[in-house]
Design a protein around this ligand. Structure first.
Ligand code: SAH
Length: 215
């Protein structure tokens, strides 16, 4: 059984990630290492390395592997960073960030998902991950500023608190658009100036909160 998942994972990395242009060796190595199947429901494990998102309960989804790789690569992590993630969900993306940076602060608004992700991540021994239950559109002020911010839910606009909590010379990756489709945007902060770069079309569940979609 473990072998079957390892083989599926290697195939995922070569056929879905490397073949589509993911070049960052550290991202490819992290995605070869982290057991994605442990972050999904047992009944869905045989699909966990497939080329699509999967339901994780509460109307939420674990992102498609390629999207996880793309968003992570766009952050350009070197290993020393303090990263803020909004939308812990399954915790899979959190684990990838934990492999590639110094500290990960992750915010989730659904307590059942947070509890599950926390249990899995701590069970795997990630001691550099901190998760809290909150509306992540406010960021996580106590630990700001962040060297990178990743939002894994679709926002109507870039939340102002996240821009404020972004360190200088840092980047944020966030899907921005309507509730049906979004554009992946990379935001740069440099000498206090904000610039934006559009990457590609994506489809995420809604970022629900004060500086997002209202409930
Ligand atoms: N990266 C996750 C994505 C999960 S889906 C994964 O691959 O598993 C997006 C997640 O964002 C959901 O768990 C949803 O509950 C959460 N979310 C939505 N709005 C939020 C908010 N304002 N603050 C924190 N989490 C939020």
């Amino acid at each position: 059984m473990p072998d079957q998942f390892r083989i599926a994972r290697e195939r995922m990395v070569s056929q879905q990630l490397a073949a589509r242009g993911i070049r960052d060796e550290r991202v490819l190595a992290a995605m070869s290492k982290v057991p994605r199947h442990l972050f999904v429901d047992e009944a869905l494990r045989d699909q966990s390395y497939s080329d699509f998102p999967l339901p994780i309960g509460h109307g939420q989804t674990i992102s498609q592997p390629y999207i996880v790789a793309l968003m992570t690569e766009l952050l350009g992590l070197q290993g020393h960073e303090k990263v803020l993630e909004i939308g812990t969900g399954s915790g899979y993306q959190t684990a990838i960030l934990a492999e590639l940076s110094r500290f990960v602060y992750s915010v989730e608004r659904i307590s059942a998902l947070l509890f599950r992700a926390k249990t899995i991540l701590h069970g795997m021994g990630y001691s550099n991950v901190h998760i809290k239950l909150d509306d992540g559109t406010w960021g996580w002020r106590e630990n700001a500023p962040y060297d990178a911010i990743l939002v894994t839910a679709g926002a109507p606009y870039v939340p102002e608190p996240l821009l404020e909590q972004l360190a200088d010379s840092a980047v944020m990756v966030i899907p921005v658009g309507d509730e049906f489709s979004q554009t992946l945007v990379r935001v740069h902060k440099s000498a206090g100036r904000i610039t934006q770069e559009t990457i590609t079309g994506v489809r995420f569940v809604k970022l629900v909160g004060e500086h997002g979609w209202r409930e």
